[in-house]
Ligand binder design. Structure first.
Ligand code: UGA
Length: 443
């Protein structure tokens, strides 16, 4: 099947590579010409395990191609996926200019029938707005085009994106046109093994399913973080509580890890967008607002703890930092808790020496000009002479460190851990001052 994918970010590129892998004829389009030229040479600018290899395989097999030419892209696919960015606008609502620009391109250059698929996360009602927009454009130009809109939200997680796309939990298809939904079923047939994972619903339900999923997950995190705060103040241990509640299958062990706040390109943006949608619809958004407020607080927690420990005297101190990415197995630093922490430390007159297994180039790109940040090549290299070690991301490589070395290298044996990687009692026995999330010592 001939497919066009607009946008070569995480969602678009992963989708394209996986669709090409199962034999579809995929053409990707992006307005960023430099990116397209790199991709044509098999260079993938984002870190995602296995993605660069899969893209190169797809290109070599002739199933995956890249173009900067809108007309060529629009003429290619019987099905066209819109996977461009939808960043938050100034009022918290999603900025849909990229999505509408693609739709305009389709209206202008397409004459064969086409299915337009919303793959980007877009507010409820966008499908209907896109339809009206394209119809108006066609009426204006006097052109005829047979088109239909399908919502097919993406549920991949950065770091395990290929696996999530190859073996999806569910494939959501929203639309009113049965023939279009049947064609979508055919496209997804290779991913629909063992039992039927395809759920068809109306357009608006599919659009809202995406937000509901992310906001539910964010709610779980803010919930456990709020309980962690309580635990800390009441002399309870959140790790015991997490296991205790997780044992109930209605709650489950997944996605209830306390930490220094959720980040990334999705949860913060999607919570804001759904609050905005609810307000526009005249509906309550109080729970969602609370989820966001708890997370904002949580992202400041590490800094507040450090500030309290040193009684506000942070000027001239240096902090060793492990983990810059918003979570492990990605180089993505969008809305990462590490950024809030570093920026607060700098504002208080401190310096940071940081290490991350994958996000060093990204940190260099964002903060390279700032001499208050030193980026080091190994986890150990950040330690010598630092006042304390701070952990923001639970990379595997940080989980079993040489504590004797840490003690020897730091100016004083102090660790502020935003991801609860270690056993507080064990560290206390080693003579390390250890501050985790929701585990005993509160500051
Ligand atoms: C998230 C969703 O999990 C995907 O299903 C969805 O497709 C994606 O957003 C999207 O909308 O595109 P992602 O942003 O890659 O995926 O990251 P997650 O693994 O969900 O983690 C989000 C944040 O929550 C991270 O900062 C992580 O550290 C934090 N987190 C996660 C916790 O603090 N505790 C947990 O128990 C789990």
């Amino acid at each position: 099947m001939k497919l066009t994918i607009f946008g070569t970010g995480y969602v678009g590129l992963v989708q394209a590579a996986v669709m090409a892998e199962v034999g579809h004829d995929v053409l990707c389009m992006d307005i960023d010409q430099a990116k397209i030229e790199q991709l044509q040479q098999g260079q993938v600018g984002i870190y995602e395990p296995g993605l660069a290899e899969l893209v190169r395989e797809g290109v070599a097999a002739g199933h995956l191609r890249f173009t900067h030419d809108v007309a060529e892209a629009v003429q290619h696919g019987a099905v066209q996926f819109i996977a461009v960015g939808t960043p938050p606008g100034p009022d918290g609502g999603a900025d849909l200019s990229g999505v509408f620009a693609v739709a305009e391109g389709i209206a202008r250059h397409r004459s064969e029938p086409v299915i337009i698929v919303e793959k980007s996360t877009v507010p409820v009602g966008t499908g209907d707005r896109l339809k009206a927009h394209i119809e108006a454009q066609l009426a204006h130009s006097g052109k005829r085009l047979e088109f239909t809109i399908v919502s097919n939200p993406e549920f991949l997680k950065e770091g395990s994106a290929l696996n999530d796309c190859r073996r999806p939990d569910r494939i959501i298809l929203g639309g009113e046109d049965e023939a279009a939904l049947d064609l979508m079923r055919e496209i997804y047939a290779p991913f629909n093994r063992n039992h039927d994972r395809i759920l068809c619903m109306n357009l608006r339900s599919a659009e809202l399913t995406k937000y509901a999923a992310n906001c539910m997950l964010a709610t779980k995190i803010s919930f456990i973080n709020q309980i962690a705060e309580l635990a800390e103040n009441l002399g309870a241990d959140i790790e015991a509580i997490r296991k205790g509640i997780g044992a109930d299958p209605r709650i489950g062990y997944h996605f209830i890890y306390p930490g220094c706040g959720y980040g990334g390109s999705c949860f913060p943006k999607d919570i804001k967008a759904l609050i905005h949608t609810a307000q526009e619809a005249g509906c309550g958004s109080d729970l969602l607002q609370a989820v966001e407020a708890v997370n904002e607080r949580q992202k400041r927690k590490l800094f507040q703890r450090i500030h309290a420990y040193y009684q506000g005297d942070l000027k001239g101190r240096t902090f060793a930092l492990w983990g810059l990415a918003f979570k492990p197995n990605t180089d993505d630093m969008r809305d990462a808790p590490s950024r809030e922490l570093m920026e607060s430390l700098w504002a208080a007159g401190a310096k940071v020496r940081a290490y991350d297994p994958e996000a060093m180039a990204e940190a260099q790109r964002i903060y390279g000009h700032d001499e208050r940040l030193a980026l080091m090549g190994t986890p150990e290299a950040v330690l010598p002479g630092a006042d304390a070690l701070v952990i923001c991301t639970e990379w595997q490589v940080f989980k079993a460190p040489d504590f004797e070395l840490i003690k020897r290298q730091l100016r004083a044996p102090v660790i502020f851990d935003g991801r609860n990687l270690y056993d507080p009692q064990r560290l206390a026995r080693k003579g390390i001052h250890y501050f985790a999330i929701g585990r005993g010592e509160s500051l």
